[in-house]
Design a protein around this ligand. Structure first.
Ligand SMILES: Nc1nc2c(ncn2[C@@H]2O[C@H](COP(=O)(O)OP(=O)(O)OP(=O)(O)O)[C@@H](O)[C@H]2O)c(=O)[nH]1
Ligand SMILES: [Mg+2]
Length: 191
């Protein structure tokens, strides 16, 4: 897809601020620091549009980006960051489930996992929730540049067998690997 416009719209901290204007949404979900914001920037070819950081757990709100005046990319907070309180960890599940259930125009969930590791317990919980609730989703294995081709193939095999019902695509925001494949899944979902 050719990105002709990509614009940050807003950060929503509470449910009243979620957008529900009939525009299709693509949501990005994964543990904190897995590379959600980097994937969004890579797909859009805009370096600093979604804020990336070395401090996990930075994004605590839902960020909306309007693409080609056609659909939204929705950057959700990351889960599984050990240093946030137990309370906030429980909140993540509630917020995410609420968002995923309350967004009628949600066309695709992009679940991110770290390509170097097998899916974590929380990754598996999200995957199972998506399958159980019949949400259209694709799994992206991030940071694929951090391994050799051989290591990557082995790691992808492990993740694919843990998530047999998922389409799993490797990506790297440094090399751009996987961008076209991910875009074709996204384009299909908003057609
Ligand atoms: N080498 C490499 N580093 C990456 C890649 N994707 C993300 N990173 C790095 O990983 C760190 C976290 O990336 P973010 O995109 O901020 O992760 P996030 O999931 O948005 O994190 P939160 O918003 O805190 O939940 C940053 O230092 C990125 O530069 C990648 O494909 N390759
Ligand atoms: Mg982020």
């Amino acid at each position: 897809m050719k990105v002709t416009s990509a614009e940050f719209i807003k950060s929503a901290y509470t449910r009243e601020h979620w957008i529900n204007d009939g525009t299709p949404e693509i949501a990005f979900l994964g543990r904190s620091n897995v590379g959600k914001s980097s994937l969004i920037n890579s797909l859009l070819g805009r370096k600093g549009l979604a804020r990336t950081s070395n401090t996990p757990g930075r994004t605590q709100c839902i960020n909306y980006f309007r693409i080609n005046d056609q659909f939204y990319f929705v950057d959700l907070p990351g889960y599984g960051y050990a240093k946030v309180s137990k309370m906030m960890r429980a909140d993540w599940g509630v917020m995410a489930e609420e968002y995923l259930s309350a967004s009628p125009e949600l066309r695709l969930c992009v679940q991110l996992i770290d390509s170097r590791h097998p899916p974590t317990k929380l990754d598996m919980q999200l995957y199972e929730w998506l399958v159980h609730n019949q949400k259209p989703f694709v799994v992206v294995a991030t940071k694929s540049d951090k391994m050799s081709q051989n290591e990557l193939s082995k790691a992808l095999k492990v993740s694919r067998s843990a998530m047999p019902l998922a389409t799993l695509l490797p990506h790297s925001s440094t090399t751009g690997r996987g961008r076209d494949e991910i875009w074709s899944v996204i384009s299909e979902s908003v057609r």
